[in-house]
Structure formats: C-alpha cells, structure tokens
Unconditional design. Structure first.
Length: 607
C-alpha cells in the first residue's frame, strides 16, 4: 500500500496561514502598521486604492532592514521579536509569530523598499504569490515602504466574498483608529484614492481621541486612573448623558495592544447601573499596563483575545476605578441671578406681617349619635330593583359584538379587530389592554407605533411623498471620519426623505430641515442614529438602506414607554396596527402583542 501523507509545499502552507491572519484589506494594514510601530517609526503613512483591492501602501521612518533581513522577513516563522519560547511570556512588541509578511505575500503581489540608517543605498524586493521575483539595490529613504497590490489575486473565492468598498474602507478605518489610539506619540496619515481621511500629529491620549472622533466627544470624557502592584489602569469613560443606543466608541488596550474582553466590558457597564437607560452604552477608552508575564496574547491569530492571570482582581479594580471617575463627576447647579420675567414670591417678614391665626374647626355641639331623632333619615330603597341596572343593559353599536366570547377566535387579524372592545385600558404607561373575541389582548404601545410609523415611512419612500419642515434655528452635527464616510453614501436617500443639510467643512453639517412629523426629536441625535444604523447594516443595497433609515426614524418618533394615552389615542393605535402588513412583530423581530385566552383566564381564577 502506497503512502498517502505528504508535506504541503510552503506556498500552500502560507495560503492556509493567510486564511487566518489576512481576512480582508484591513488585516493587511493592521499587520504592516504594527510592524512599523515595532520598528520605532515616528511617522507612518497609509495609502489605499479601492479600499485595498487595488493597492495598499504603508510607509514609515523606522529602523529599516538590511538586504538579508528583507529577504528573510518573508519566510515563515522568521522574526526579530523573539528568540526562545520563554520570550512569549515577556512580549513587548506587537508581532512575534513571523506569520504576517509571508501570509501577505502568499495572497498578493508585494514590493518592498527599505534602507537601514547609516547605509547609502537600500533594497528593492519583489514577490508575487509567495514566489520570489527580483531583488536589487535602490535609492530610498531610511525606513520601509511596503506596496501590496492585487490582494487575493490568486485566491478568487476570497476576493469574490469581499464586501463593498464602503464596508471594506470602514473596516480599514476601524483597524487604523485602534492602532492610532494606542500610539499617540506617532504621527499618522491615511489617504483613500488620493483623499486625505486622517492627518494625526503627535499628541497626548486625550487629544488623539478628540482628533479621531471629533471635538464634541471631548466634553463627555471623564478621566480615570489607578495604580496598583497588579496593574495600572488609565484612560477615559463617558459621562452618563453621553450614552447612546448605537455607535458608542468602546476600546480596551493592554500593553499597547487592542483587545476584546466582554468580562471587563461588563465591569464598566455595571458601574453605570441606574445611571443610563437600559440598552444604551457609554463610550470608553481604557488602557491597561500589566506585567507581560501575567497575560497570554498567543491564543488567537488576530491577537485580540487576551487571557489574564488575575482576571477577577483586575475586574474589581477596573469597576472601582470607573465608579470613582463617575462619582467624582458632579455638576453643582449655578445660582440663577437672572430673575427678569420670573414671578415675585413674597417674603414673610414677622415685623410687618400679622401673626397667622390658627385654623378653626366648626361642629354641632347638639349632635348625639345615640339619639335616634338626631339622625338623618335613611333613603328608602325602591322595590323596582331592575331600574338600577338599566345603564348596564345598553347594547353596543355592533349587535354582533360579544366580549370575552368563549368560542375560539380566528387567528386572522381581521377577525380579532372585528370583535375588539371600544374601550381600552393602559397598564403602567407601557401596554394597551383591550378585550377581543378570544380573550384579553395586550399590546406594547411603543413597538406597535414603531411598526405603524415604519410602514408609513416605507410608503412615503416608494411614493416620494416626503415633506420637509424647516428648523427655526439650524443645528450642527459633527461626524468622525468613519461616520462621514457612511453619511456621504446615504446622503442622497436622506435628502429624498426630507432632510436638508449643508456641508460646513471638517466633517460638520448644518441640519436645516427634517421630515414632517418628527416634532420634539433632537435632529442631531436622529441623524447620528440613522448613520450608526446604516453603518451596522452596510450601505451596498439601496432597499436595505431605505429600510434601515425608516426603522431608525420610526424608533425615534414612536410613542415612548411611560406616555399616558387617552382612549381615542389607544383606539387609533390599535386600528392603525391592524392595518399593517405584520401586526405581530416589529421590523427587527420583537413581539408586539399577545392574547390571554378566555379559557386561561377562567383557569387562572379557578373557573
């Protein structure tokens, strides 16, 4: 029997490794920029064309590489970061496996220009699909210049499943921002198709956060800091009023490396219990400094999952630090000296005012409860007791209507609405309760209104019947670079929906008008929520964008929980709900109503 096990060629092994390390263009930028940081660069420039599909270029002024190192860097497990296995437990660099460059070279065409400081000439190296093409001397500045072209050119399936340019560019921005946030002393620039998206100068942590996410975030940041023998924690958390349902920036960094840690996230969120509404998130940027021997970063190819030796203790320290930062934040209300137009409240002056008299109680001193003659005569009960129930025998307008009929009701919405009660009851400002043929129907008023408004907005979009309402005073909204990218892609749809916005430059827009029917809403929060929703869903499909924008507007404009409704308002909601195409679920799949059947009620009461 012949042998069937064989060693894979290096080119195939590299492509397999690339499947884990290089998932999309953003992965290439992450690996190359981290290598530049490890090389001691103080200025890093990133240039992408077609969201990285055509080319990705990373230029730094780091230490550079020699001719031999440049060639050896593209071999698997060739690295300058570690020497022995024990070095894995004392890592001080971003990379250490020696897999990034060979993985990139396995699925693209690479051109590297690099020169060491003190050398007169540099090295030009070319590779294509892991195959060496050429190597020659060249003139170049000190540092490294990587040009990655035609990513996934030899793996058509991977290239086919890349998302739209907008989505891939958003992923690039996310990866770029994470590295820039943790290296404020390094200058970064990012250009897409020749347009400058970021130009970040060397600064401190707070200024770097503001440069990336906008000046408005600066007023919402609370500093936190604690130093212990186990770890040092620094950074910023948002004020309770900065909480948002979507789009809140939340980042953890440990020893200069971005990480995802749901357990620590819970520690931060638990510090805001009863300070922010349920379902909303506050922004935070938290930096950990932990002894390298106490963490393990070598558990995932992307190095975003990290294990801590003293996880529980650090959780408690983190929660205490966040609570302290929030507790120290207190706004003392200023004394209001502006009394113009305010009502005058008289001041009591005992020297000029008469003493108040004590209240007097009047009573009948002749009253005797034991004297039968003193008691008032009791009204005589009528013998015709049927007259007492005349008001209860009024027939309803619909003679066929029977409330709580024991027969099984039809499951169709038409049959339910046909036999509903004309009188409704609101429970705790959240639920509308009404009697129907099969029992008691309970409707969530907010979700029902979301479904009603959602379908109304979709009809307006299809008919192009949106009307604008001018704002008395235009409001300004500030977008970060990633938000601006999404906003420009959906601006046409928002204009069709009735929004009028003017570009003020530097990511600022003036909101001049909003669609009719959104009175009482914050235009800035509405636009922000719509951009965040479109960013999550993606902006490649126009219909999907329209549905996303309609749902976002419906959520903002719907009747909130806690609003007291009259019977006529509840009747209108119930009738409008049953005129919708789907009465059972909201557009995002949440239940709108439930029916407590007559038989269940009788069983509950022991009938």
């Amino acid at each position: 029997m012949s042998d069937i096990i064989q060693l894979l060629p290096d080119s195939v092994a590299n492509q397999i490794a690339a499947g884990e390390v290089i998932q999309r263009p953003a992965s290439v930028i992450k690996e190359l920029v981290e290598n530049s940081v490890d090389a001691g660069a103080t200025a890093i420039d990133v240039l992408v064309v077609d969201a990285g599909r055509t080319s990705i270029q990373v230029i730094d002024n780091g230490c550079g590489m020699s001719e031999t190192d440049a060639r050896l860097a593209f071999e698997r497990h060739a690295t300058s970061k570690i020497r022995v296995a024990d070095d894995l437990f004392s890592l001080h660099t971003m990379g250490f496996r020696g897999e990034a460059l060979p993985s990139i070279a396995a699925v693209s065409q690479v051109e590297l220009r690099t020169r060491l400081k003190g050398e007169e000439i540099g090295t030009l190296l070319s590779l294509s699909g892991s195959r060496f093409v050429s190597q020659e001397a060249c003139s170049c500045p000190v540092g490294s210049n990587f040009l990655i072209s035609n990513l996934f050119f030899n793996v058509p399936a991977r290239r086919k499943f890349l998302k739209s340019n907008t989505t891939e560019l958003n992923n690039i921005l996310t990866a770029f921002e994470r590295i820039a946030l943790v290296n404020p002393s390094v200058s970064f620039t990012l250009r897409s198709n020749g347009t400058e998206l970021f130009n970040l100068r060397s600064s401190n942590q707070r200024q770097r956060i503001v440069d990336i996410f906008g000046k408005r975030l600066n007023q919402d940041l609370l500093p936190l800091g604690v130093e212990t023998s186990m770890c040092n924690i620094s950074g910023f958390v948002g004020k309770p009023e900065s909480a948002r349902k979507k789009g809140a920036q939340q980042c953890f960094f440990v020893n200069g490396r971005y990480m995802k840690h749901p357990y620590f996230h819970k520690a931060v969120i638990s510090a805001f219990d009863r300070l922010v509404p349920v379902g909303e998130q506050v922004p935070y940027f938290i930096y950990f400094q932990v002894p390298a021997a106490d963490i393990d970063v070598n558990i995932h190819p992307t190095k975003t999952e990290i294990k801590f030796e003293n996880e529980l203790a650090i959780w408690q320290i983190l929660q205490a630090a966040v609570k302290e930062a929030v507790g120290l934040f207190s706004e003392v209300p200023a004394i209001d000296f502006d009394t113009q137009g305010k009502p005058d409240i008289p001041v009591f002056d005992p020297s000029t005012s008469a003493s108040p008299s004590a209240p007097k109680v009047s009573y009948n001193p002749q009253y005797n409860p034991f004297n039968a003659h003193a008691q008032q005569p009791r009204p005589k009960m009528t013998d015709d007791w049927k007259k007492l129930y005349d008001d209860l025998l009024v027939q309803p307008a619909n003679p066929q209507q029977e409330i709580f009929e024991t027969s099984q009701a039809s499951s169709s919405p038409v049959s339910i609405i046909a036999d509903k009660s004309p009188v409704h009851y609101q429970y705790k400002g959240q639920y509308i309760m009404t009697a129907v043929k099969s029992g008691l129907m309970v409707i969530d008023q907010h979700r029902a209104h979301v479904r009603i408004l959602y379908e109304e907005y979709l009809k307006r979009q299809s008919a192009k019947q949106w009307a604008s309402q001018k704002l008395l005073f235009p409001e300004m909204v500030q977008f970060s670079t990633s938000e601006l990218l999404t906003f420009t892609s959906i601006m046409e749809q928002m204009t069709e929906m009735g929004f009028e916005m003017t570009d003020l430059g530097s990511g600022c827009y003036a909101i001049n008008a909003i669609p009719v029917g959104l009175d009482g809403l914050s235009p800035v929060n509405l636009v922000k929520d719509m951009v965040d929703a479109a960013r999550e869903k993606g902006t490649a499909i126009k219909d999907e964008v329209e549905r996303t924008l309609a749902l976002s507007m419906a959520r903002n404009a719907a009747i909130p929980h806690g609003q007291v409704l009259g019977n006529e308002e509840m009747e209108n909601i119930v009738n409008s709900l049953f005129a919708c195409t789907n009465v059972n679920y909201t557009p995002d799949g949440k239940s709108i109503l439930g029916i407590l059947k007559q038989a269940d009620i009788e069983h509950l009461l022991g009938g």
